[in-house]
Design a protein around this ligand. Structure first.
Ligand code: NAD
Length: 455
């Protein structure tokens, strides 16, 4: 009983952590040109199924893997595009249909990628058959509902997020077992599984040394401390990986990724038809991309609360590179689930906002926080594993800010300013505190909008 209570305490004082000083390994600012790489040779070429390969991370990752010489099959049910329709919103960039994207890539690179429209959660038999047919070496799993705000919008979106994400991950494990294909599963988790608190030291990669009551030393899965229904699904996924690795010897890597920023990669800029999606709305826009878009539009930056939240960041180009590193370094059968922190650096939200404000000349607008979270937090994260495997991470960099700004300028006519303010609230109290937010008060090009909050 004591043991149970011990593990369910919040992170603040529940266990002793090693005292090693935390280092987030970062490099000097980098650009695409500094990250040119050679393609794989024949022996290293892998067959990879990318679940969720039509999405913000999945599409550039698929292109990168194909560019490197891997054989890529994209699977997606296009639910993210349907959610855009449901929310009355759209990617700022004009993304093409999967068929046009795949054809454009063939014309540009000479490489074939297959696209399969399949629902990982609802079409189990087709998933099993696909794995049997394709015999993949690796299956990269991006195919989840990924916005914390959307997951907190209504009971319907909460239930959808849990069903789709946890059901899809469970299906994937069952399908790998049923197909009898020894595929390595690479899943995209989130830094949010750890909670955005501090246990008094660095957050290690997945597992943590603890001293249990009675002085017993152990190394356990880091306690989960989700801050939204979406983050809870990633914690539940993590338990599924533990179970299926132990029970069925599945080879699994879980990548706890930070907030992704940027839009283009060296592959997506090769042709307009390959452009990546760019979400700027209050539900799906990730924080730095929202700020960059707002800066470029002359809209005051929508900083929630005091902006004292510290978060981990990674550029979209590094997302793709990390996936390939994970694919090339699978755990052996019987080894525990491999867990990497897929982050480049940590920054406080108001500091990130200031960087963008200084560069663009727009003001910061402190809004009531729609989220139930600590107003301020520290975040100290290890990313040693990826760095030791060759990642030289791209850090927040004005040259790359400019690249995003140029994309925004080009497509700003597609922006609906009424979608910029937060539209999902964590609970009744937060909704009440945000009741004064007026979506119609936001005007682009600095025309009117210092007063997003009505008097
Ligand atoms: N974007 C980020 O900042 C970020 C940060 C940390 C982790 N992640 C994780 O990375 C993954 C990809 O994120 P993203 O930003 O590319 O999201 P996204 O919504 O752009 O892409 C997810 C893709 O999966 C598809 N999909 C969802 N459910 C599916 C299903 N049941 N069957 C088939 N396809 C399905 C969607 O249509 C979409 O194209 C997610 O799991 C997310 O949790 C993203």
């Amino acid at each position: 009983m004591k043991f149970y209570l011990f593990l369910t305490l919040p992170l603040t004082a529940a266990f002793t952590v090693p005292t090693t000083k935390s280092v987030v390994h970062t490099s000097k600012p980098s650009t695409f040109a500094l990250h040119a790489e050679s393609a794989v040779n024949g022996a290293d070429k892998k067959k990879v199924i990318v679940l969720g390969g039509d999405g913000f991370c999945g599409w550039p990752t698929s292109l990168y893997l194909s560019d490197q010489g891997h054989d890529v099959v994209i699977v997606d049910n296009l639910s993210r595009r349907n959610i855009d329709t449901e929310l009355g919103c759209d990617s700022l960039t004009p993304i093409q249909s999967p068929d046009v994207r795949v054809q454009a890539w063939k014309e540009v690179s000479g490489k074939e990628m297959k696209f399969v429209n399949l629902d990982v959660y609802k079409e189990y038999d087709l998933l099993v058959q696909l794995i049997k047919d394709e015999q993949p070496d690796s299956i990269v799993h991006f195919a989840e509902q990924r916005a914390a705000p959307y997951s907190m919008k209504t009971s319907k979106t909460k239930r959808y997020t849990v069903d789709n994400n946890v059901g899809g991950s469970n299906n994937l494990c069952c399908a790998v077992i049923d197909s009898e294909v020894d595929a390595h599963i690479v899943h995209l988790g989130t830094m949010g599984v750890y909670g955005y608190g501090t246990s008094g030291g660095e957050i290690p990669e997945g597992y943590i040394d603890v001293i249990l009551p009675g002085g017993r030393e152990s190394n356990i899965l880091h306690p989960a401390y989700p801050g939204s229904v979406y983050h809870a699904t990633k914690c539940l996924d993590a338990l599924l990986w533990q179970f299926y690795q132990k029970n069925d010897n599945l080879r699994i890597t879980d990548l706890h990724q930070g907030i992704v920023w940027g839009t283009n990669t060296p592959q997506t800029i090769k042709d307009e038809r390959l452009i990546n999606r760019f979400d700027y709305d209050g539900d799906y826009g990730t924080v730095l991309n929202r700020f960059l878009m707002q800066g470029a539009m002359g809209v005051p930056l929508t900083v929630y609360g005091t902006g004292g939240q510290t978060r981990a960041f990674i550029h979209i180009t590094d997302t793709a590179r990390c996936i390939e590193i994970a694919i090339n370094n699978p755990p052996k059968a019987g080894e525990r689930v491999e867990i990497f922190n897929q982050v480049a650096e940590t920054r406080r939200v108001r500091d990130v906002a200031k960087l963008v404000a200084d560069q663009t000349g727009v003001e910061m607008n402190l809004l009531p926080n729609p989220r139930q979270e600590a107003a301020e937090n520290e975040l100290d994260v290890s990313n040693r594993k990826f760095c030791s495997l060759g990642l030289d991470p791209i850090t927040l960099d004005e040259a790359l800010f400019n690249e995003v700004t140029e994309v925004v300028q080009k497509y700003k006519h597609r922006c609906d300013p009424t979608k910029i303010l937060p539209a999902s609230f964590w609970n009744k109290k937060r909704a009440e505190e945000c009741a004064s937010l007026d979506p119609n008060s936001v005007k682009i090009n600095g025309a009117a909008s210092k007063e997003a909050v009505k008097a």
